[in-house]
Write a protein that binds this ligand. Sequence first.
Ligand SMILES: C[S@@+](CC[C@H](N)C(=O)[O-])C[C@H]1O[C@@H](n2cnc3c(N)ncnc32)[C@H](O)[C@@H]1O
Length: 270
Amino acid sequence: MSKINLLPDVKSAVGTSKENSSPKLNLTTCMEKNDSLPIFKSYRQGGSRYEDVLSLNADQLNLKFEENIMVSSDKIWDQLATISQFNYIDFKSIYGNDNPLNLEIGIGNGEFLAHIGNSYTDENFLGLEVFKEVFLKAVSKIRNQELHNCRIIQFDTALIVRLIEDNYLNSIYVNFPDPWPKKAHKKRRLLKIDFIEQLASKLKVGGTLNIATDHDDYAAEIAENIVAVKQLKSEYDSVYVRNITDYFHTKYYRKFVSTDGAYFFKYRRI
Ligand SMILES: C[S@@+](CC[C@H](N)C(=O)[O-])C[C@H]1O[C@@H](n2cnc3c(N)ncnc32)[C@H](O)[C@@H]1O
């Protein structure tokens, strides 16, 4: 593997990849909805980002959290059908306080978000998830555990992250992003260099970007990309570590991670 210098203990990716466990989504692009809108595609479609969606002169995306928990994707698509540009999201009005905001991308069934939300009650948590079935499981968890500091949005991170102010987030978690193991699908992977750069710019100085993956080839790609982002510095002596003791084991971790551990990246915004 070409990235062997970065990942000395990465096994050969051949034959070790797990099948991508995520459902295939048929996300509609904004272009398909309304031809007058700027061209953008979701990450899953291997497309460009929501580059032109931010305008400081525009109104905010209307995020009306049902039950103070969730916004479903149809509510956002409805707005995208008629409006193409938005201002930054006002999280202070969403949470009713100015506590530090933490973001999890791809929350799955929401157990990690619920865990950290429960552990840090004086901080706010925002979770993003595109897939409705697991999103609804996350809604139930947050509802049942009465986590008043957690909100979740069923939408592509490509749009929502764009609408978070720079230097704002306390931490970002990306636990087991879809590995897209087939060669032809690799371009759909989320953690491309420009997206990692964007995530870094959304962190406050001192904030952390935390990534876990079990996928050898994706780990190598993340390693190569993340070391190229000058705003980020590893918290470890190495580019990643294979085991961490305080990591909450998500459903994906329990299902797929072998005794070799996963690849954990923890980078601080400098
Ligand atoms: C492999 S699963 C991991 C779920 C969970 N983090 C865990 O560790 O169990 C990846 C999740 O990311 C979600 N996802 C993928 N691309 C996304 C995107 N662009 N925006 C938001 N969520 C996304 C998928 O729907 C899926 O639920």
